[in-house]
Ligand binder design. Structure first.
Ligand code: AMP
Length: 380
């Protein structure tokens, strides 16, 4: 079996690592260079997209902001899983919101805005505080404005209007104006759907962000009462898209209820803990599903946390002397704000996990991991 992944970043790399034991050969299409590469040693080119399509039995994706032309070419080959519509839905908040509405999945009250009239209507209908998010190419908190009071609306509109007009994506840009949700915490869940429509979900993960970027994910299986709501949302979304593969959902927890914030039609950063904490990791399950293999169990086998390594290419080696700590580097060149790797930490129970997490946090430099220690101390 041969798989081509659209995108050649760390997610393709981790899919490649998970594919090897299954005897599946995986290559990745680097959208920047428009070349097909081996994500484990990206220096060598295997040709252009047509060569990649020719090589593969199955084509999948590691991110949702892929040009429609590339998606159309892959879909025409009959090898693309999930469908281009699923991938586009994850990359356009308008499509995402309309999917959630149609599938009957709870999400924040919102309005789609492309003109001043739409904006004025949104301001008149929704209640402050509001958050304004770009419809296209918005991730990790980019392309967002916070709107606390009426006095700010003109200034924010001027910025939003410029942002819409200066868009170079070739698609029509817009924003979604959304009611701010006063949430208790942010959770996410990764699930997988097979070609035959079978679905399985991993346990909900609690997420902590620093400057809009995920910094720690914690999977302990303690959100049992919310798990069925999350799995129900996953089933509705995945079935509506006739989805094949791994799909992640980010939620806001408000009391006993979950509201969907956004979906990602791919393996997800908040699911990296599954490499050490689940029976079958998200990368292997994605490959299994798109290659039409039986799905692996998504059971949590031990409480596990993931710490993102952002903007630095070194961490103290001494963390590896702590039991059940594993390091995952992505082989990327250091750049400010770039996700460079992650650390997984496991324990036989939550208490042991938190103890080990605290030991790791103490050794990580505050400059590179500004909030990890405080967050972990709060959990203790
Ligand atoms: P997003 O790009 O939609 O994931 O948003 C980035 C972050 O902004 C989220 O992780 C939340 O912390 C926050 N956020 C987004 N939407 C809302 C909302 N409607 N209410 C409150 N916080 C939000």
């Amino acid at each position: 079996m041969k798989v081509l992944v659209l995108g050649a970043g760390q997610l393709a790399r981790m899919m490649a690592l998970a594919s090897k034991p299954l005897n599946i050969e995986l290559r990745a299409y680097d959208v920047g260079s428009a070349q097909v590469v081996d994500p484990l040693s990206p220096g060598i080119s295997f040709g252009d997209l047509s060569a990649g399509i020719e090589f593969a039995n199955v084509i999948t994706a590691e991110f949702e902001h892929i040009s429609h032309q590339v998606l159309a070419q892959c879909e025409a080959s009959g090898k693309l899983l999930p469908t281009s519509q699923s991938i586009k839905t994850g990359g356009d908040r308008r499509l995402e919101k309309s999917l959630l509405e149609q599938a009957g999945v709870n999400n924040a009250t919102h309005k789609v805005v492309s003109t001043k009239t739409d904006f004025d209507d949104a301001i008149a209908t929704l209640t402050f505080p509001l958050i304004v998010k770009s419809a296209l190419a918005g991730y990790d908190g980019k392309g967002q404005w916070r709107l606390k009071a009426l006095a700010q609306t003109e200034a924010v509109w001027r910025e939003v209007d410029t942002f819409i007009k200066e868009d170079t994506s070739g698609q029509s840009q817009a924003v979604v104006v959304e009611q701010m949700v006063s949430f208790d915490r942010e959770l996410s869940m990764v699930g997988v759907r097979s070609k035959t429509g079978k679905t399985q979900s991993y346990p909900l993960t609690e997420n902590h962000h620093t400057n809009g970027v995920l910094s720690v994910s914690l999977a302990t299986n303690e959100y049992q009462s919310l798990q069925s709501q999350a799995s129900d949302a996953f089933n509705k979304i995945a079935n509506a898209l006739d989805y094949v593969g791994v799909l992640a959902i980010e939620f806001f927890q408000v009391g006993d209820a979950l509201l969907v914030n956004e979906i990602a039609p791919r393996v997800h950063n908040s699911g990296h803990w599954t490499q050490q904490g689940a029976d079958t990791c998200q990368f292997e399950n994605h490959i299994r599903s798109v290659c039409h293999l039986p799905l692996g169990s998504t059971d949590l086998i031990r409480p596990t946390a993931m710490i993102n390594v952002v903007g630095t290419d070194s961490v103290p080696d001494s963390i590896l002397s702590i039991p059940s700590v594993t390091m995952h580097w992505y082989g990327k060149t250091k750049r400010a704000g770039r996700k460079m790797g992650h650390i997984n930490v496991s324990g036989s129970d939550k208490k042991e996990l938190l103890y080990r997490l605290q030991q790791v946090a103490k050794q990580l430099p505050k400059i590179d991991f500004p909030e990890v220690s405080n967050y972990v101390n709060q959990l203790l």
